[in-house]
Write a protein that binds this ligand. Structure first.
Ligand code: C5P
Length: 297
C-alpha cells in the first residue's frame, strides 16, 4: 500500500511539474489586452486553495463530521502554537522561492529553467545528509555529478544565437539564473526541513500543510503589499486573471499537495529525480508544440 502510494505520488508529481512549468511560462509570455496578472497575488491564491483542499482532506479523515473537523483543527493547530510556529521557517523560505520562480520564468525559457533548477537535487542531497543523516551510495553521488555536468552544458551559449539577441538578453538571463540558483538552495533546505518535521512528529501531513499554507498566505500577502501594493490599489487584487491564470494557480496548489505526499511516502531525494524526468517532457513539449510563443532570446 505504502509502496503504491510512493510511486503514485511520484508519477503525479512528474505530471504536475511538467504542466505547471509550461502553463506558467505560457501565462507570463502571452500578449494580451489589459494588465498582466500579478505573480505575487497568484502565490497567495495558490496557498489559499491549498489550505482549502487540505481542510477537505482532514474533513474526510474525520469521517466527514464537521464537529470532528473543528476539534482536530483546534487541538492540532490553535492549541499547539509552538508546533504550528515550526512551520513558519519552511513557509517563509517557500514564499520567497515561489516568487523567485516567477522571476526566473519571466526571464528564461522553460527548458533552461527546468534543467538549471535540477541543481536542487544536489542541494537537497547535501541538506539530507547533513540534517537527516541520510547515507548516499557511490552511484547516487555519481548521478548527481552527471546531472550537474548536464546543467553546465545547457548553460553554454549556443552559436546559433544572434549576437544582438545575445547582448539584449544577457541581463535578463543573468537575473533569471540568479533567481533559479537561489531557489535551488531554498528548495533543498525547506524540503528537508519539512521532511524532518513530518517524520519526527506525529501530526498528519495535511495538518502540517495547513500550518505551512497559513504562514505562506501571511508572508505572501506581505509580498503583495511590498511589491505590488500600488498596482493592487489601482487595478485590484485579481487584475489580469484569466482562465490560464487560474490553471497556473490550481496547478501550484496541487503541487503543494503532491509534494507533501511525496515527502511523506518517499523522500526529497526521490522527489528530485522524479521532477527531473519532467525536464524531458517539458523540453519535448515546448519544442514540438509551444515554439510559436517562446520569445526570441
Ligand atoms: O521546487 P521545490 O520542490 O522546492 O518546490 C516545492 C514547492 O512545493 C513550493 O512551491 C512549495 O511552496 C510547495 N510545497 C507546498 N507544500 C509542501 C511542500 C512544498 O506547497 N508541503
Amino acid at each position: 500500500m505504502s509502496a503504491n502510494l510512493k510511486y503514485l505520488s511520484l508519477g503525479i508529481l512528474v505530471f504536475q511539474t511538467t504542466s505547471l512549468v509550461l502553463t506558467m511560462r505560457y501565462s507570463r509570455t502571452l500578449k494580451e489586452e489589459g494588465p498582466r496578472y500579478l505573480s505575487s497575488t497568484a502565490v497567495v491564491v495558490a496557498e489559499i486553495l491549498k489550505i482549502m483542499a487540505c481542510v477537505l482532506l482532514v474533513y474526510k479523515d474525520s469521517q466527514c463530521s464537521l464537529r470532528a473537523l473543528n476539534r482536530v483543527l483546534r487541538d492540532e493547530i490553535l492549541n499547539k502554537p509552538m508546533e504550528t510556529m515550526k512551520l513558519a521557517v519552511p513557509s517563509g523560505i517557500y514564499t520567497l522561492q515561489n516568487n523567485l520562480l516567477y522571476v526566473a520564468l519571466s526571464n528564461l525559457d522553460a527548458a533552461t529553467y527546468q534543467v538549471t533548477y535540477q541543481l536542487k537535487i544536489l542541494t537537497t542531497a547535501l541538506f539530507s545528509v547533513s540534517m537527516l543523516s541520510k547515507k548516499l551510495g557511490v552511484y547516487q553521488w555519481l548521478s548527481l555529478v552527471i546531472l550537474m555536468t548536464g546543467v553546465a552544458f545547457v548553460q553554454w551559449p549556443s552559436d546559433a544565437q544572434e549576437p544582438d539577441a545575445k547582448a539584449l538578453s544577457a541581463g535578463s538571463q543573468f537575473v533569471g539564473l540568479m533567481a533559479v540558483l537561489t531557489a535551488c538552495f531554498s528548495s533543498g533546505f525547506a524540503g528537508v526541513y519539512f521532511e524532518k518535521i513530518l517524520k519526527e512528529t506525529k501530526q498528519s501531513v495535511w495538518i502540517r500543510n495547513i500550518q505551512l499554507g497559513f504562514f505562506g498566505s501571511v508572508f505572501g500577502l506581505m509580498g503583495v503589499y511590498v511589491y505590488d501594493g500600488e498596482l493592487v490599489s489601482q487595478n485590484g487584487f485579481f487584475q489580469g486573471y484569466n482562465r490560464l491564470t487560474w490553471a497556473v494557480v490550481a496547478l501550484q496548489a496541487l503541487g503543494g499537495l503532491v509534494i507533501a505526499a511525496v515527502i511523506k511516502y518517499a523522500d526529497n531525494i526521490l522527489k528530485g529525480f522524479a521532477t527531473s524526468l519532467s525536464i524531458i517532457l517539458s523540453t519535448l513539449i515546448s519544442y514540438f508544440w509551444l515554439q510559436d510563443f517562446v520569445p526570441t532570446r
